[in-house]
Ligand binder design. Structure first.
Ligand code: PRX
Length: 650
């Protein structure tokens, strides 16, 4: 039986911000009509649309078939031969861009390095020769566990150059996490560093690798980049200093022509339960969509100084720090450390000094900036900025407005980009010169992307009726499978809604056709038979001036099925109390109605988050329901937050 209503929507937002005329006039896509035409045309023949985009890259051999679709397994540009490292580097060397800055890197302690395309190419070729020297060949897996230094990108591009498949393990993960990922991927080599700088202290990476490799039988060699200069144990025969071994090879290394479907990388993402999932991305289709979306969504041009603040250890860093921007010949800013080191204005200082024009960050970071106070950005000249972006979570309209006014000075369009590790590239987003923006919505799908909001039985939802966000046609940068586990791939993404890709998000589409992400369907709260998404209630809470951040979860309630429990952090200097609780309950009632009024409100200094900044509502749900947390907490960023919440509970 189908559910008549999947998720009810309670939020309404009426502010509309059309692209500034000067921006639109110079943009790649200049009007909403132009976007709509482009979109409609792409839907008439999706493979033909992507075939045209693939033609923007350099192929060693052309494909014979654009798409082979054997649900749920896709192959794009079959028969084509391509190399991503060639497209990100060599291709620019025959143009004026050879001496253009590819990376402008800043270390947390303050060092600066600039690598031109020519210099980057040379380093990539040398490191690719190191990989070969250590016996790595096409198809082998290489784990990268590194700080955010150019050498991480160099190692990625070196793997891609010879057809080795990389798997990046975020530098904040523990030895156990390394071990599990390396074993699942069967990695032959680990590239790491002595340590990383984070908030002025050293995170010791090599120690964690030493611990992990005790139980990783496939690892033959470890290359260690010297970053912090601290003392590390080096096992002769197995461990090699980057700066030593690189001196033993030359700088000539042709890029290998690879099948379009050659595995480029595996990136592990935590499922809601159990073993991490090894998302597999391949070559030709992935780069086609990563490059196309970088150009269109960020309206990228050669003069831009582009900064995506994501760590390369997340998919955002793969697609929008390294592969997408370099394929477009962009100048990319890379910053190693924390946003609040040594002061709360570090990001704004970087923007001012490097004259950053495009800035792409996460809502969780924006909420932290708001909490720290607007005096920090106001101290700096941010006039170089022309475009802002967000990714990773629904952005609540209040944070969106702050971003627009305080950072963008009301001048810069904002692109709210929806996508996932699994989608590989941005799927839903405004085009900044074309799409009128509304705070809180990722707006419309990009050309070539067929998404919809449906009920459990696959039928279309009415406007503003919340349901399941699905993709209805294969897209080039989609995950191909879960590494070594086709069954789990089918089960995780293709079994819930017949015939469609579904990966967990609830959404509604408004009368303009704009998509509003309502949160993960696993987090939906069922109050007296009404299914409410978490994002809208949280948004209402955050729209109160005292609130910095909020997470809501359901807890069992005899009467209503579920009651709403809200965990709230306050703006700097504010203290909570019963009076404020009542004020907030009344505020939510006023904003969205009595149904969504939280039953419990708890003030806390911080919310439990994953290392990529997502609120872990599952833990809060357990806490609100039973007072204990029994589930897996390995992806939690800061254990003390949970401890503190537990203590408050007692
Ligand atoms: O729930 C959606 C949320 O982040 C999920 C994907 O997370 P991950 O694979 O870690 O990739 C993050 C970077 C792409 C989605 O299923 N999400 C991501 N972007 C948005 C978002 N939710 C709302 N609005 C967004 N713009």
């Amino acid at each position: 039986m189908s559910e008549p209503v999947a998720i009810e929507s309670v939020l309404s937002e009426t502010r509309v911000f059309p692209p500034p005329p000067e921006f639109a006039a110079a943009a790649h896509v200049k009007s909403f009509d132009e976007y709509e035409q482009m979109y409609a045309e792409s839907m008439r023949d999706i493979p033909a649309f992507w075939e045209k985009q693939a033609g923007e890259l350099e192929w060693f051999e052309k494909w014979h078939t654009v798409l082979e679709w054997n649900e749920p397994f896709a192959k794009w540009f079959v028969g084509g031969k391509i190399n991503i490292s060639h497209n990100c580097l060599d291709r620019h060397l025959t143009t004026w861009r050879r001496n253009k800055a590819a990376f402008i890197w800043e270390g947390e302690p303050g060092e600066q390095r600039t690598l031109t395309y020519l210099q980057l190419h040379r380093e990539v070729c040398r490191f690719a020769n190191v990989l070969k020297k250590l016996g790595v060949t096409a198809g082998d897996r290489v784990a990268l566990y590194m700080p955010l230094v150019p050498e991480l990108a160099i190692a990625m591009l070196a793997c891609a150059r010879i057809g080795a498949t990389h798997t990046i393990i975020f530098g904040g993960f523990s030895a156990d996490a390394i071990r599990d990922r390396v074993n699942d991927g069967g990695c032959k080599l680990i590239v790491t560093a002595d340590g990383a700088f984070r908030r002025g202290t050293e995170v010791r990476l090599k120690d964690a690798v030493d611990e992990a490799v005790k139980q990783t039988p496939t690892v033959e060699n470890v290359v260690v980049y010297r970053r912090t200069g601290s003392k590390v144990a080096m096992q002769p025969g197995r461990d090699h200093w980057w700066h030593e071994i690189i001196e033993t090879v030359d700088a000539v290394c042709p890029a290998v022509p690879l099948d379009s479907e050659h595995p480029l990388y595996i990136l592990y993402t935590s499922g809601t339960t159990g073993k991490p999932k090894g998302i597999l991305h391949t070559t030709g289709g992935y780069l086609t969509q990563a490059a196309f979306t970088t150009k269109m969504v960020f309206d990228l041009r050669d003069e831009d100084v582009y900064w995506c603040t994501a760590d390369i250890g997340w998919v955002t860093g793969h697609s929008y720090v390294v592969y997408g921007p370099l394929a477009n010949g962009a100048t990319v800013v890379m910053y190693e450390g924390a946003p609040n080191f040594p002061g709360f204005d570090r990001f704004w200082d970087i923007i001012e000094r490097h004259r950053v024009t495009i800035f792409y960050t996460a809502p969780t970071a924006i909420r932290a900036f708001i909490k720290w106070g607007e005096e920090h950005p106001l101290k700096h000249d941010l006039s170089s900025l022309r475009l802002l972006g967000t990714v990773g979570e629904p952005i609540n309209p209040e944070a969106w407005m702050w971003y627009r006014e305080v950072i963008g000075k009301g001048r810069c369009p904002i692109v709210d980009t929806w996508w996932q590790t699994e989608t590989g590239s941005i799927m839903i987003s405004p085009l900044p010169g074309a799409t009128p923006a509304v705070p809180g919505t990722a707006t419309r799908p990009l050309p070539g992307v067929m998404v919809d909001v449906v009920k459990k039985d696959g039928t279309k939802c009415e406007p503003n009726e919340g349901g399941y966000l699905v993709v209805k046609h294969p897209w080039p940068s989609m995950l191909r499978t879960l590494w070594g586990d086709d069954e789990r791939y089918k089960e995780a993404y293709w079994s819930e809604i017949a015939g469609h890709y579904f990966a967990g998000d609830g959404a509604r589409r408004d009368e303009r056709g704009y998509f509003w992400i309502m949160g993960r369907v696993d987090d939906v709260i069922n109050v007296s038979g009404h299914r409410l998404g978490t994002a809208e209630i949280e948004s209402a809470l955050v729209s109160h001036e005292a609130v910095a951040e909020a997470a809501v979860v359901g807890r069992p309630d005899e009467l209503k099925g579920q009651a709403i429990a809200a965990f709230v952090t306050l703006e700097g200097g504010r203290t909570g109390g019963d009076e404020l609780k009542e004020t907030l309950r009344a505020h939510v009632q006023k904003e969205i109605g009595a149904l969504a009024k939280p039953d419990d409100i708890r003030f806390t200094d911080a919310l439990p988050k994953t290392r990529s900044g997502k609120i872990m509502r599952r833990l809060l749900r357990e806490l609100a329901s039973s007072g204990v947390v029994a589930g897996d907490v390995t992806t939690l960023e800061d254990f003390s937050v949970l401890e503190k919440l537990r203590e408050d509970e007692e």
